[in-house]
Design a protein around this ligand. Structure first.
Ligand code: OXT
Ligand code: ADP
Ligand code: MG
Length: 580
């Protein structure tokens, strides 16, 4: 505090505030109710004071998990999730989540305390010294530093607007330690705060772009709609459903768009994925990018070159033509674009030819029958399908539960087997296929929605964030974690090609008991070896709402290398021992 301000405060009893309180006031003014953090220098008091002010502050064991929690909170609510970390190492731990949020178009703000600018810039070796702003900048949508308490309001306003407007993403806000202790007059502080008006303004599509898209759609004989997680994020659920049903166009949901319409919807072509991708003549993407998950819109999967026209609805103009030519770019927010399409369709829309929908139904029936026969087998030890059959039933019986899912086989098989019935109920590894989102996503899903959470985790995937079961127990969250324990990454029967006594690189301790972990924190641990035991244990957990971890023993030989994306896994042609 300056000497002059101190004297004035003493003499006139002027009310004062400081950096800590201004950050909290600025967040609260903008409707932010929760902070996901790991305490430490210089932000310990920020978390404490935020809790004292009535905010919910969830303290994690590792910043990456706090960051993942903030990111998925952003996806679920359309308001930026806040992650708070200490300087250098804490900041770096949070950075993976910030970069992942940006890649997935989830709005979040990483607020990190940092060391003193004067010392950092001269590289004089401050406590946890690092030029965090420079490091964060290429990893996120925007990065700002606040040096003066009077700028905190504007700094947080800029961060919020940057996170949620246009294509959502991650924002970094650097707050040097000294900032928190800066004292100013409370009235000046109040005046400096900014309530962001209309943080994510509607982006209305151009009428001619809407007409162009409708023209291409009208000309289609074999149309297809692809719903991506942008469509789930947009919360235009009803209009999207009406668009699909009124147009009669079959659709496939990308993984996190499952449930936008119930997966059992007659127009879902998810079970005829290859057929619709290769044989469609017009494809309309709604909030889905033509990235690796869609083979970049070209190649064998998409049928002969030139056999398709693409329509793309996206808020980001530069997404258009990023991989293939987009015949009808529809730039705008999904809510506005879908509403405009619905208005333009009129009342005499012609549904796609019956041959197209019949061909899809035939393929669907074949794949569903194939899946049914795999689900019907009662393998012992359990394989993925026998375990997933009962978890499919759990979600059918409890459609408002949130499903978190990561792993390789555990991810790919669960995505196909478990039908989702409501929007934004399936949260998974997203665009990067990143392991480690599990417990952070589960915690935030529970905190933000109050709904029960079922996390289906590969044993490797779980290991990336497993320590957070303590956090789940500490906050008594209704989270049931099922670890698909096949003793390793992809499979549990790897061999050491060198012949030594070390285990193979992809192996874990065989027969591990992950259920024991949660018992140490007062949660419920259950070990299961049959589908019946698994169903009983999950039902009990979901009924009780008690933190539970179920160790489900899966046949170590049941999985395949890299799950469904083995084609992306390079193999050495010289490695004869690996059978290449
Ligand atoms: O149409 P056709 O005939 O082709 O059939 C398709 C559908 O029509 C049909 N289908 C159905 N049939 C009947 N009924 C229904 N309901 C139905 N639904 C669909 O099924 C087929 C297939 O359909 P699908 O699944 O839709 O289509 P497909 O072809 O698979 O789709 C392509 C993709 C690309 C869209 C899809 O595969 C996809 O979304 N994939 C995502 C894959 C992904 O992201 N994987 C995670 C990354 S793998 C790897 O990187 C791992 N690592 C390395 C690592 C990572 N990732 N991160 C970090 C920080 N460090 C390291 C690690 C360590 S995974 C991993 C751990 C793995 O071990 P775990 O122990 O955790 O897990 P386990 O493997 O279980 O041991
Ligand atoms: P998926 O992995 O499900 O295919 P992606 O993450 O690749 O989905 O794509 C999501 C797309 O949605 C991004 O290109 C993003 O710009 C877009 N998007 C996100 N929110 C909106 C919105 N409200 N309106 C329009 N587009 C959006
Ligand atoms: Mg495994």
């Amino acid at each position: 505090m300056s000497a002059a301000l101190e004297q004035k405060a003493d003499e006139q009893e002027v009310e004062l505030t400081d950096g800590f309180h201004l950050v909290i006031d600025a967040l609260k003014l903008n409707g932010i109710k929760t902070i996901y953090n790991v305490p430490g220098i210089p932000i310990t008091d920020l978390g404490r004071l935020a809790q004292a002010s009535g905010m919910r502050v969830i303290s994690f064991r590792h910043e990456q998990n706090a960051g993942n929690a903030a990111a998925i909170a952003g996806f679920l609510t359309k308001s930026p999730g806040i992650c708070l970390t200490v300087s250098a190492p804490g900041f770096l731990n949070g950075l993976v989540a910030l970069a992942n949020a940006t890649t997935n178009c989830f709005p979040m703000i990483l607020i990190s305390g940092s060391s003193e600018r004067e010392i950092v810039d001269l590289q004089q070796g401050d406590y946890e010294e690092m030029d965090q702003l420079a490091i964060a900048r290429p990893m996120c949508k925007a990065a700002y530093r606040v040096l003066h308490a009077a700028d905190i309001g504007i700094g947080i306003a800029r961060a919020i607007r940057a996170a949620v407007s246009g294509r959502p993403g991650g924002v970094y806000l650097d707050m040097p330690a000294k900032l928190f202790g800066q004292v100013i007059e409370a009235e000046a502080g109040r005046r400096s705060l900014v309530k962001v008006i209309d943080p994510a303004p509607a982006q209305i599509p151009a009428p001619e772009a809407v007409e162009r898209a409708l023209d291409v759609l009208r000309g289609a004989k074999r149309p297809l709609i692809i719903l991506g997680k942008g469509a789930a994020y947009a919360q235009a659920d009803n209009d999207i459903r009406v668009l699909i049903e009124k147009s009669g166009i079959p659709y496939i949901p990308m993984s996190m768009a499952k449930g936008l319409l119930p997966d059992t919807h007659p127009l879902s072509a998810a079970a005829a994925r290859s057929t619709v991708l290769s044989e469609s003549d017009v494809v309309m993407m709604i909030g889905a990018r033509l990235n690796w998950l869609l083979s970049h819109g070209k190649g064998r999967q998409w049928g002969p070159p030139g056999s398709k026209k693409f329509i793309q609805i996206d808020i980001e103009p530069r997404e258009m033509d990023s991989n293939v030519e987009i015949a009808a770019p529809l730039v705008g927010d999904i809510g506005s674009c879908v509403a405009a399409l619905l208005r333009g369709m009129g009342n005499d829309w012609k549904q796609p030819p019956a041959e197209w929908t019949q061909a899809i139904n035939t393929k669907k029936e074949q794949n569903i029958a194939r899946m049914a026969s795999r689900l019907g087998r009662n393998a012992m030890p359990m394989d993925y399908h026998s375990a997933l059959r009962v978890l499919r039933d759990v979600i059918k019986e409890r459609p408002d539960a949130i499903l978190v899912n990561e792993g390789a086989n555990t991810l790919d098989q669960a995505r196909g087997v478990i039908d989702m019935y409501q929007p934004r109920k399936r949260l998974d590894v997203g665009t990067w296929g990143v392991m480690g989102i599990g417990m952070g996503f589960a915690i935030a899903a529970s905190v933000e929605t109050g709904k029960p959470v079922l996390a289906i985790e590969g044993d490797s995937a779980f290991g990336f964030s497993g320590m957070e079961v303590e956090t789940i127990c500490r906050y008594k969250l209704p989270v049931c974690v099922v670890v698909f324990n096949n003793d390793g990454i992809y499979r549990g029967d790897g061999v050491n090609l060198g012949g030594g006594s070390d285990p193979a690189t992809t192996m874990f301790v065989p027969g591990s008991r992950y259920d024991k972990m949660i018992e140490g924190f007062g949660g419920v641990g259950v070990n299961v070896t049959t589908p019946d035991e698994l169903k009983r244990a999950v039902d009990t957990a979901m009924d009780s709402g008690k933190p539970t971890l179920i160790n489900a023993a899966i046949d170590p030989a049941a999985g395949s290398e890299s799950g469904n994306i083995g084609n992306l896994n390079p193999k050495s042609a010289l490695n004869k021992k690996a059978g290449a």
